[in-house]
Write a protein that binds this ligand. Structure first.
Ligand code: MN
Length: 150
């Protein structure tokens, strides 16, 4: 069950009443750059959370993989996203499905931020970071090698 109020007003700049702007992850726990997290919905009955992430220009999320899935809708800005071995440009209202065990990383454009909604299970496994052999495998594709940030 969720104890969130029924109604919360949006505020300018992708902020919401009563929603705190949080660190993406604890500092030093994983490589990432210039990204914030807001928990919009988190219901144990629904068994999922909806979060809003915002990556500042030039920033990136962690390159990681895990058992749990992500369902993502780009809300504003533009950037690029790696899912498995597929690298795509993304912009507002695009949908990105990240399946179990797929390596994934988001990057904002150099010229602007990338904001996206991400739905995820409440109960989920911890992300795994790439080891040397994972990186070697990912970097065997030159396009992926040029994209990833670790
Ligand atoms: Mn993830």
């Amino acid at each position: 069950m969720s104890d969130a109020p029924h109604f919360r007003k949006a505020a300018p700049g992708f902020r919401w009443q009563g929603v705190n702007v949080l660190e993406y992850k604890p500092e030093g726990s994983a490589p990432f750059r210039n990204i914030t997290r807001q928990l919009l919905f988190g219901s144990t009955d629904l068994a999922c959370e909806l979060r809003y992430f915002e990556i500042a220009p030039g920033g990136h999320s962690t390159l990681e993989c895990h058992e749990h899935e992500h369902a993502v809708m780009i809300l504003n800005g533009s950037g690029a996203c790696l899912v498995g071995r597929e690298l795509r440009s993304v912009s507002a209202h695009d949908l990105v499905a990240i399946p179990a065990h797929a390596w994934h990383q988001f990057r904002a454009s150099e010229g602007g931020p990338l904001g996206f909604l991400c739905m995820v299970n409440v109960d989920r496994d911890r992300p795994r970071l790439p080891d040397a052999s994972d990186l070697e495998s990912l970097r065997s594709n030159p396009v992926i090698a040029a994209f990833i940030r670790t």
